[in-house]
Design a protein around this ligand. Structure first.
Ligand code: SF4
Length: 254
């Protein structure tokens, strides 16, 4: 069992999210989506620690969806890391890489990958008696998604804290979104957790990676950029948007 290297602010931010959005309830069986990257490794570590002293009884297991990319992926190391944290690990094999290849001319590889990966994970959760699927998105992911959705989809939306999926009966939760990517990097280093290198050929060349670099550049120029973006993701009285086109008389448009 790994020792607790998480300082108080981490516990506070995780519990704040859990209580504020009612993310974990008594008796929950939580399945964590574990890719092997630092974020999902951190989530397994954090939820295994929280579970050990929580007054809310819940269980934690992890699942890795093998996308099927050629290249080495050290699944044994991943299983060993889960064992060390006392978290049972499952592997789901898929042919998502083949689907990405077949649709490469028509669709964004990451969109295809995320869609099928989540579907595989949710199906596994629903068929194996889990009530919740936990995803390892942090504050930076939420901000990047917010910007990407405005810039590339014309929509004002970000990652939700909690979503109930009516088709599977599973609730998807994101307990890490009060932690920044920097927080996660520091914590995994301190705890001695090693991420498993990805064999995805698209890694680092995605639209998200470009938006991440843009955000980093803007933050270097102005320290308030992150706080402002976080504030703008909240619903509230400050929201001032144009009315939707449907609500306008077409003659008003010029
Ligand atoms: S970077 Fe690779 S693993 Fe990640 S979503 Fe895109 S295709 Fe999938």
């Amino acid at each position: 069992m790994l020792k607790n290297c998480l300082s108080k602010p981490y516990h506070t931010k995780l519990w704040r999210a859990i209580y504020e959005f009612n993310l974990i309830e008594p008796g929950d069986a939580i399945l964590i989506g574990l890719s092997g990257g630092k974020d999902s490794m951190f989530l397994v570590y954090a939820l295994s620690l929280l579970r050990s002293y929580s007054s809310i009884p819940f269980t934690v297991e992890a699942v890795t969806v093998d996308i099927g990319f050629p290249g080495p992926f050290d699944i044994d190391k991943l299983k060993a890391a889960c064992d060390a944290m006392g978290v049972p690990h499952h592997l789901v094999s898929t042919k998502i890489a083949q689907v990405i290849e077949e649709r490469r001319d028509k669709a964004n590889p990451c969109a295809v990958c995320s869609y099928f990966r989540r579907a595989a994970m949710n199906r596994f959760a629903s068929e194996n008696g889990f009530s919740k699927v936990a995803l390892a998105h942090h504050e930076d992911d939420a901000m990047e998604t917010f910007l990407m959705s405005i810039l590339y989809s014309g929509k004002l939306c970000t990652l939700p804290w909690k979503t109930y999926l009516t088709r599977t009966g599973i609730t998807v939760i994101r307990p890490m979104m009060y932690l920044s990517e920097k927080d996660v990097i520091k914590a995994v280093k301190r705890a001695g957790i090693e991420a498993i290198p990805t064999c995805c050929p698209y890694s680092g060349q995605t639209t998200r990676a470009r938006v991440k670099r843009l955000l980093l550049e803007l933050t270097r120029e102005n320290k308030m950029v992150r706080a402002n973006l976080m504030a703008s993701m909240r619903d509230g009285d400050d929201v001032e948007l144009w009315p939707s086109i449907g609500r306008h008389n077409r003659q008003d448009l010029c």
